[in-house]
Design a protein around this ligand. Structure first.
Ligand code: CA
Length: 238
């Protein structure tokens, strides 16, 4: 059974991006581009998660959130805020939001946040036989997507969040050539202004941190295109 997500966002590019990526991930997505209509939908139908923009036509995100909580609806809410608007985050959490994402955001961060909020609210756990953390293993490497943790041969690898997201994206696509553009869009977000050099810097740092393991993954450069992750010879199960 797929989780139902309500996206209340008036910026068409962003709501399409959210809708596309959440649908790809198996969520059942409903989009509203108006504050009042979003509130109506949230009250009349049942959702597992609401993604809520703050600046909305009709009724702003804080009002929507306030009215929802007043109506006794406890559906988890992730607010979408501008990177510079710390005050929005504070207000949002005060009004009863469960988490926030600052724009622009990468798809990896979006999916990690959504899954973490659903897990905390008990929805995701109910769907799996084991309530343990999800883990991806490759040789001596173990990656815990929901905790942003990487263990290599029993030792925790200190990765920056973006390094973690690059690794997570690559390891889910072993042997595939991933372009710098893809990594850029997924990890840094579509409107990130930084250039592809940022990707190279992160990959190179990631490589250094991972090459310490004898049975670790290897990130190959594909000249002029991007990168390819190669799994170790002896691949762990799971
Ligand atoms: Ca808006």
């Amino acid at each position: 059974m797929s989780h139902k997500v309500l996206v209340i966002e008036d910026e068409p590019t962003l709501s399409r991006l959210l809708s596309y990526n959440l649908t790809q991930e198996g969520y059942d997505v409903t989009v509203c581009d108006h504050g009042g209509e979003g509130l109506q939908a949230a009250i009349q139908r049942s959702f597992d998660l609401i993604m809520l923009d703050i600046m909305l036509p009709g009724m702003n995100g804080f009002e929507v959130l306030g009215k929802l909580r007043q109506s006794g609806i406890k559906t988890p809410v992730i607010i979408l805020t501008a990177r510079t608007a710390e005050e929005e985050v504070v207000q949002g959490l005060k009004h009863g939001a469960d988490d926030y994402i600052t724009k622009p955001f990468g798809v990896a961060e979006l999916l990690a946040r959504v899954s973490a909020v659903l897990r905390r609210s008990g929805h995701a756990v109910a769907d799996t036989a084991q309530p343990q953390d999800k883990v991806i293993r490759a040789g001596d490497l173990a990656i815990y997507p929901e905790r942003y943790e990487v263990i290599l041969a029993g030792e925790q690898v200190p990765l920056r969040p973006k390094e973690f997201e690059v690794l997570l994206y690559l390891i889910q696509r072993p042997g595939m050539v991933i372009t710098r553009d893809d990594l850029m869009n997924v990890v840094w977000g579509f409107d990130y202004i930084g250039g592809q050099r940022t990707v190279d810097v992160h990959v190179s740092s990631l490589r250094k941190k991972l090459e310490l393991g004898a049975n670790s993954v290897c990130i190959e450069s594909i000249r002029g295109v991007g990168y390819k992750l190669v799994l170790p010879k002896k691949v762990g199960a799971g």
